[in-house]
Design a protein around this ligand. Structure first.
Ligand code: PMT
Length: 223
Protein backbone atom coordinates (compact mmCIF):
# COMPACT_ATOMS: atom_id res chain seq x y z
CA UNK A 1 0.00 0.00 0.00
CA UNK A 2 1.34 3.37 -0.99
CA UNK A 3 0.42 6.14 1.42
CA UNK A 4 2.34 9.27 2.34
CA UNK A 5 5.51 7.47 3.41
CA UNK A 6 7.72 10.44 2.57
CA UNK A 7 5.65 13.13 4.31
CA UNK A 8 7.99 15.58 6.06
CA UNK A 9 10.94 14.65 3.84
CA UNK A 10 12.56 16.92 1.30
CA UNK A 11 13.59 15.11 -1.87
CA UNK A 12 15.99 16.73 -4.32
CA UNK A 13 15.99 15.26 -7.83
CA UNK A 14 18.18 16.29 -10.77
CA UNK A 15 17.06 15.54 -14.31
CA UNK A 16 17.88 16.16 -17.94
CA UNK A 17 21.16 17.00 -19.55
CA UNK A 18 23.27 20.07 -19.01
CA UNK A 19 24.20 22.12 -22.07
CA UNK A 20 27.52 23.89 -22.45
CA UNK A 21 27.62 26.95 -24.73
CA UNK A 22 30.20 27.36 -27.44
CA UNK A 23 29.01 30.69 -28.79
CA UNK A 24 25.65 32.54 -28.69
CA UNK A 25 23.97 29.98 -30.97
CA UNK A 26 25.70 26.64 -30.34
CA UNK A 27 26.20 24.27 -27.44
CA UNK A 28 27.48 20.82 -26.51
CA UNK A 29 24.74 18.62 -25.10
CA UNK A 30 23.64 15.03 -24.60
CA UNK A 31 20.58 12.89 -25.27
CA UNK A 32 18.91 13.08 -21.85
CA UNK A 33 15.24 14.13 -22.08
CA UNK A 34 14.59 14.37 -18.35
CA UNK A 35 12.12 11.45 -18.37
CA UNK A 36 13.91 9.39 -15.71
CA UNK A 37 14.28 12.28 -13.25
CA UNK A 38 10.79 13.70 -13.81
CA UNK A 39 9.31 10.23 -13.16
CA UNK A 40 11.20 9.99 -9.85
CA UNK A 41 10.04 13.48 -8.86
CA UNK A 42 6.43 12.57 -9.57
CA UNK A 43 6.66 9.36 -7.52
CA UNK A 44 8.23 11.19 -4.58
CA UNK A 45 5.49 13.84 -4.70
CA UNK A 46 2.87 11.08 -4.74
CA UNK A 47 4.38 9.74 -1.50
CA UNK A 48 3.95 13.07 0.23
CA UNK A 49 7.47 14.49 0.01
CA UNK A 50 8.41 18.10 -0.62
CA UNK A 51 10.09 17.77 -4.03
CA UNK A 52 12.58 20.08 -5.72
CA UNK A 53 13.45 19.18 -9.31
CA UNK A 54 16.61 20.72 -10.71
CA UNK A 55 16.42 20.29 -14.45
CA UNK A 56 18.44 20.90 -17.55
CA UNK A 57 16.45 21.97 -20.63
CA UNK A 58 13.49 19.58 -21.04
CA UNK A 59 10.20 19.71 -22.91
CA UNK A 60 8.39 17.61 -20.28
CA UNK A 61 5.54 18.96 -18.14
CA UNK A 62 6.51 19.57 -14.51
CA UNK A 63 4.68 17.13 -12.20
CA UNK A 64 1.98 18.81 -10.07
CA UNK A 65 3.18 20.24 -6.80
CA UNK A 66 6.87 19.87 -7.65
CA UNK A 67 9.11 22.94 -7.36
CA UNK A 68 11.21 23.30 -10.52
CA UNK A 69 14.59 25.00 -10.79
CA UNK A 70 15.71 25.32 -14.41
CA UNK A 71 19.40 25.41 -15.27
CA UNK A 72 21.51 25.05 -18.40
CA UNK A 73 25.16 24.41 -17.58
CA UNK A 74 26.83 22.01 -15.15
CA UNK A 75 28.06 24.92 -13.07
CA UNK A 76 24.53 26.34 -12.79
CA UNK A 77 23.29 22.89 -11.79
CA UNK A 78 26.01 22.67 -9.16
CA UNK A 79 25.04 26.05 -7.66
CA UNK A 80 21.36 25.11 -7.56
CA UNK A 81 22.08 21.69 -6.02
CA UNK A 82 24.41 23.10 -3.35
CA UNK A 83 21.77 25.67 -2.38
CA UNK A 84 19.12 22.98 -1.77
CA UNK A 85 21.40 20.26 -0.36
CA UNK A 86 21.71 21.31 3.32
CA UNK A 87 17.92 21.07 3.85
CA UNK A 88 17.41 17.95 1.71
CA UNK A 89 16.87 14.49 3.23
CA UNK A 90 17.14 12.49 0.03
CA UNK A 91 19.06 13.37 -3.14
CA UNK A 92 18.61 11.46 -6.39
CA UNK A 93 20.85 12.46 -9.28
CA UNK A 94 19.38 11.28 -12.58
CA UNK A 95 20.79 14.21 -14.56
CA UNK A 96 23.34 13.65 -17.30
CA UNK A 97 25.90 16.29 -16.35
CA UNK A 98 28.52 17.26 -18.93
CA UNK A 99 31.97 16.28 -17.70
CA UNK A 100 33.57 18.91 -19.97
CA UNK A 101 32.72 22.37 -21.28
CA UNK A 102 34.31 24.49 -24.03
CA UNK A 103 37.20 26.37 -22.48
CA UNK A 104 36.35 29.53 -24.37
CA UNK A 105 32.82 30.70 -25.02
CA UNK A 106 32.90 33.03 -28.02
CA UNK A 107 31.04 36.32 -27.52
CA UNK A 108 30.00 36.33 -31.18
CA UNK A 109 28.92 33.54 -33.50
CA UNK A 110 31.94 31.58 -34.66
CA UNK A 111 32.41 31.99 -38.43
CA UNK A 112 33.31 29.05 -40.62
CA UNK A 113 36.85 28.84 -41.78
CA UNK A 114 38.84 26.60 -44.07
CA UNK A 115 40.24 23.36 -42.72
CA UNK A 116 39.86 21.76 -39.30
CA UNK A 117 38.52 23.43 -36.22
CA UNK A 118 39.89 22.43 -32.83
CA UNK A 119 37.74 22.76 -29.74
CA UNK A 120 39.48 22.81 -26.36
CA UNK A 121 37.44 21.49 -23.44
CA UNK A 122 37.99 21.82 -19.72
CA UNK A 123 36.63 19.75 -16.85
CA UNK A 124 33.37 20.56 -15.14
CA UNK A 125 32.94 20.01 -11.43
CA UNK A 126 31.63 16.57 -10.40
CA UNK A 127 28.55 17.60 -8.44
CA UNK A 128 27.80 14.19 -7.01
CA UNK A 129 31.36 13.71 -5.80
CA UNK A 130 31.12 17.02 -3.96
CA UNK A 131 27.84 15.97 -2.33
CA UNK A 132 29.47 12.74 -1.21
CA UNK A 133 32.14 14.80 0.57
CA UNK A 134 29.57 17.05 2.25
CA UNK A 135 27.06 14.32 3.08
CA UNK A 136 25.68 14.41 6.63
CA UNK A 137 22.19 12.94 7.27
CA UNK A 138 21.27 12.82 3.56
CA UNK A 139 20.63 9.63 1.64
CA UNK A 140 22.50 9.97 -1.64
CA UNK A 141 21.49 8.11 -4.79
CA UNK A 142 23.49 8.37 -8.02
CA UNK A 143 22.99 7.01 -11.50
CA UNK A 144 25.57 5.38 -13.72
CA UNK A 145 25.13 5.52 -17.47
CA UNK A 146 27.46 2.97 -19.02
CA UNK A 147 27.90 1.20 -22.33
CA UNK A 148 30.24 -1.53 -21.04
CA UNK A 149 31.48 -3.09 -17.76
CA UNK A 150 28.27 -1.77 -16.18
CA UNK A 151 28.68 -3.53 -12.85
CA UNK A 152 32.35 -2.69 -12.27
CA UNK A 153 32.00 0.95 -13.29
CA UNK A 154 28.83 1.40 -11.22
CA UNK A 155 30.44 -0.07 -8.09
CA UNK A 156 33.49 2.12 -8.56
CA UNK A 157 31.28 5.24 -8.73
CA UNK A 158 29.30 4.13 -5.67
CA UNK A 159 32.51 3.97 -3.63
CA UNK A 160 34.31 6.99 -5.06
CA UNK A 161 31.30 9.29 -4.73
CA UNK A 162 30.35 8.01 -1.24
CA UNK A 163 26.78 7.07 -2.22
CA UNK A 164 24.13 5.00 -0.46
CA UNK A 165 22.83 3.59 -3.74
CA UNK A 166 23.73 3.69 -7.40
CA UNK A 167 21.27 2.95 -10.19
CA UNK A 168 23.09 1.55 -13.21
CA UNK A 169 21.64 1.53 -16.69
CA UNK A 170 23.25 0.13 -19.82
CA UNK A 171 22.54 2.99 -22.21
CA UNK A 172 23.57 0.95 -25.25
CA UNK A 173 20.34 -1.12 -24.94
CA UNK A 174 17.68 0.24 -27.26
CA UNK A 175 14.74 0.21 -24.82
CA UNK A 176 16.73 1.56 -21.87
CA UNK A 177 18.63 4.70 -20.94
CA UNK A 178 18.31 7.99 -22.81
CA UNK A 179 14.97 9.14 -24.20
CA UNK A 180 13.00 5.90 -23.79
CA UNK A 181 9.79 5.48 -21.76
CA UNK A 182 11.29 2.36 -20.22
CA UNK A 183 14.52 1.46 -18.51
CA UNK A 184 16.33 -1.60 -17.19
CA UNK A 185 18.42 -1.05 -14.09
CA UNK A 186 20.61 -2.73 -11.53
CA UNK A 187 20.71 -1.08 -8.13
CA UNK A 188 23.79 -1.43 -5.92
CA UNK A 189 23.78 -0.57 -2.22
CA UNK A 190 26.71 0.62 -0.13
CA UNK A 191 26.66 -2.62 1.88
CA UNK A 192 27.25 -4.76 -1.24
CA UNK A 193 23.68 -5.84 -1.97
CA UNK A 194 22.54 -5.78 -5.62
CA UNK A 195 19.15 -6.00 -7.30
CA UNK A 196 18.72 -6.72 -11.00
CA UNK A 197 15.35 -5.49 -12.33
CA UNK A 198 13.66 -6.37 -15.62
CA UNK A 199 12.54 -3.82 -18.22
CA UNK A 200 9.85 -1.53 -16.81
CA UNK A 201 8.51 2.01 -17.03
CA UNK A 202 10.67 4.82 -15.69
CA UNK A 203 7.82 5.57 -13.32
CA UNK A 204 7.93 2.06 -11.83
CA UNK A 205 11.71 2.37 -11.46
CA UNK A 206 11.20 5.67 -9.63
CA UNK A 207 8.95 3.82 -7.18
CA UNK A 208 11.52 1.05 -6.64
CA UNK A 209 14.32 3.54 -5.96
CA UNK A 210 12.13 5.23 -3.36
CA UNK A 211 11.28 1.85 -1.77
CA UNK A 212 15.01 1.25 -1.21
CA UNK A 213 15.48 4.74 0.19
CA UNK A 214 12.54 4.31 2.58
CA UNK A 215 13.93 1.02 3.84
CA UNK A 216 17.24 2.73 4.52
CA UNK A 217 15.46 5.56 6.36
CA UNK A 218 13.78 2.97 8.56
CA UNK A 219 17.13 1.28 9.31
CA UNK A 220 18.70 4.66 10.13
CA UNK A 221 15.89 5.37 12.61
CA UNK A 222 16.17 1.97 14.30
CA UNK A 223 19.97 1.95 14.31
O1 PMT B 1 16.59 11.77 -19.15
P1 PMT B 1 16.31 10.45 -19.87
O2 PMT B 1 16.16 10.65 -21.37
O3 PMT B 1 15.11 9.74 -19.25
O4 PMT B 1 17.58 9.51 -19.69
C1 PMT B 1 17.87 8.97 -18.42
C2 PMT B 1 19.40 8.84 -18.18
C3 PMT B 1 20.00 7.80 -19.10
C4 PMT B 1 20.07 10.21 -18.39
C5 PMT B 1 19.53 8.40 -16.68
O5 PMT B 1 18.91 7.17 -16.49
C6 PMT B 1 21.00 8.33 -16.25
O6 PMT B 1 21.69 7.34 -16.42
N1 PMT B 1 21.51 9.44 -15.65
C7 PMT B 1 22.93 9.61 -15.31
C8 PMT B 1 23.69 10.02 -16.53
C9 PMT B 1 25.15 10.25 -16.25
O7 PMT B 1 25.64 11.33 -16.49
O8 PMT B 1 25.81 9.24 -15.71
P2 PMT B 1 27.37 9.24 -15.32
O9 PMT B 1 27.70 7.80 -15.13
O10 PMT B 1 28.16 10.04 -16.31
O11 PMT B 1 27.42 10.01 -13.95
C10 PMT B 1 27.35 9.35 -12.70
C11 PMT B 1 26.59 10.17 -11.66
O12 PMT B 1 27.35 11.36 -11.33
C12 PMT B 1 25.22 10.65 -12.11
O13 PMT B 1 24.34 10.55 -11.00
C13 PMT B 1 25.45 12.10 -12.51
O14 PMT B 1 24.28 12.91 -12.27
C14 PMT B 1 26.59 12.52 -11.59
N2 PMT B 1 27.51 13.53 -12.18
C15 PMT B 1 28.23 13.23 -13.30
C16 PMT B 1 29.14 14.14 -13.81
C17 PMT B 1 29.29 15.40 -13.17
N3 PMT B 1 30.14 16.31 -13.65
N4 PMT B 1 28.57 15.68 -12.06
C18 PMT B 1 27.68 14.77 -11.56
O15 PMT B 1 27.02 15.02 -10.54
Amino acid sequence: AKGKELAGKKVLVTAGGTIEPLDPVRYLGNRSTGRMGYAIAQQAKGRGAEVVLISGPSALPVPDGVRIVRVETARQMRDAVLREFPTADIVIKAAAVADYRPKIVAADKIKKQDGEFTLVLERNPDILYELGQKKAHQILVGFAAETQHVEDYAKAKLAKKNLDFIVANDVSEKDAGFGTETNRVKIFARDGRMWDYPLMSKSAIGGIILDHVQEQLKDDTVG
